[in-house]
Design a protein around this ligand. Structure first.
Ligand SMILES: [Zn+2]
Length: 102
């Protein structure tokens, strides 16, 4: 089974600091069908993206932009994004995980 796990898993207030999956994605990983897992892998690696992260410029993926009702970022503990321009768009998983928890 393909996995983005780099054996550096640490729960960083809802997101893994190693592979940047949310805790729910980690828990669901084995139950996901192959298509869903492949698409999630592409989102994690940046192959599949909806926009560029306004902080680092890397590929980022927003589930809402992709047409879903919820986003992976809803599962995270709320981050303090007061230092950022919120109109610039969603952060990538790496940048969001690095923000201090509110
Ligand atoms: Zn970023």
């Amino acid at each position: 089974m393909p996995t983005p796990c780099r054996a550096a898993c640490k729960n960083e207030a809802g997101i893994c600091s190693g592979c940047h999956r949310t805790m729910e994605e980690l828990a669901e990983w084995r139950q996901m069908d192959e298509d869903k897992r492949a698409s999630k892998m592409e989102q994690l690696t940046g192959t599949l993206s909806t926009h560029c992260c306004p902080n680092c410029g890397e590929s980022a993926f927003c589930d809402i932009s992709a047409g879903k009702d919820t986003c992976w970022c809803f599962e995270l503990e709320k981050r303090d994004a007061s230092s950022l321009d919120k109109t610039a768009g969603c952060l990538c998983r790496k940048c969001l995980a690095a923000l201090p928890v509110e």
